[in-house]
Design a binder for this molecule. Structure first.
Ligand SMILES: C[S@@+](CC[C@H](N)C(=O)[O-])C[C@H]1O[C@@H](n2cnc3c(N)ncnc32)[C@H](O)[C@@H]1O
Length: 324
């Protein structure tokens, strides 16, 4: 076996290990305290000590942690801060889309790339998206929002509802509506809203953005967001009719911030950044078209929205389109 194939094999194991220790709270503990006691952590969280030790050895191989096995103490390794920053992408890949990768040879057969067959884990995708979105997207989003004051917003495909929660914490007169199609994700969002004691100002409802109907709540919405689900509205003709329908159902909406990852149009190489290949491959397998920037711009020109600005964000090949 060449070193290259061994590295490939071992990095797959470390990828799964990284997603697991993030989900279990170990990465956060290490990030906060700069040291963690493996046995104490396992006892506290009812985890198998031998299994966790193996996961940490895998992470040590890639310099993410440093283990002093004599005392069972773990410290951040030279790659820890990068791994901590990028942890959401690993959760997205392993837990969000694990079933697709595990069954890749059957997923790629004609007719298999859809719906329940793929079995993506929407809750883990929403948790992952909350993590990388807050770091790589929200600083741009927050800055853009300062350009136009508003009190009522709707988040289409809201995931964890973290953007609405953050706005409500900052602005006492803010009210928000989150809409998501996935019942598990809606539960996660409602729990987060309740944990922040904001249920009197934020409602999260289960619904399909492609089938919005006029309602008294929607009639008050001034600003709309839609983050990382715009591609789910394609093919083009469906997306165009959804954008027009949104315009009709939310008559007071004066601004629509649509943020999405667009098609990179690159072949894999050493220069390919994190996330891009995972995003494009999973969506290709699911038969989901990923539009390029020019295809988005061309669509906006035909919709009832005018794109006045495009802000690139910190996720590779991703931008916020400012529609008015
Ligand atoms: C990648 S996640 C992003 C979540 C959130 N916007 C964020 O940035 O963290 C996409 C979300 O869109 C939701 N979604 C996909 N298609 C939808 C549709 N037609 N109507 C409503 N929600 C949808 C999914 O359930 C998922 O929670």
């Amino acid at each position: 076996m060449s070193n290259e194939t061994a590295r490939l094999f071992n990095s797959t194991l470390a990828t799964a290990a990284l997603a697991a220790v993030y989900e279990l709270g170990f990465l956060d503990e290490l990030n906060q305290n700069e040291t963690a006691h493996v046995k104490a952590f396992c006892d506290q969280h009812d985890l198998n000590h031998a299994s966790i030790s193996f996961l940490l050895h895998l992470l040590q191989r890639f310099e993410i942690v440093e283990l002093s096995s004599a005392q069972g103490v773990v410290r951040p390794g030279p790659v820890f801060s990068d791994a901590y920053r990028d942890k959401g992408y690993f959760l997205w890949l392993v837990r969000g889309y694990g079933n697709l990768w595990q069954n890749l040879s059957t997923s790629v057969k004609n007719g298999n790339g859809t719906g329940d067959f793929i079995g993506r884990n929407g809750k883990c995708i929403a948790m992952a998206s909350r993590d990388y979105g807050s770091q790589f997207v929200d600083p741009y989003f927050t800055q853009m929002l300062t350009q136009m004051p508003f009190q009522v917003a709707a988040d289409l495909g809201c995931g964890s509802a973290e953007r609405l929660i953050a706005l409500a914490k900052k602005q006492p007169d803010f009210r928000g509506i989150g809409i998501d199609i996935n019942t598990e994700v809606v539960k996660l969002a409602q729990q987060s809203v309740e944990a922040a004691n904001l249920q009197d100002r934020i409602a999260v409802i289960c619904g399909d953005v492609r089938e919005l109907k006029p309602s008294s709540e929607f009639s008050l919405v001034e600003v709309l967001f839609c983050f990382f689900m715009g591609h789910d509205l394609w093919p083009r003709s469906s997306c165009l009719s959804t954008l027009r329908q949104i315009r009709a159902v939310l008559p007071r909406a004066k601004r629509f911030l649509l943020c999405d990852t667009y098609r990179s149009e690159l072949l894999p190489s050493d220069e390919t950044p994190i996330f891009t290949l995972g995003f494009e491959t999973t969506h290709a397998v699911m038969g989901q078209y990923i539009p390029s920037v020019s295809e988005w711009m061309d669509l906006f020109a035909e919709s009832e929205w005018t794109c006045v600005d495009r802000q690139e964000v910190g996720i590779p090949f991703s931008a916020i389109f400012d529609l008015r």
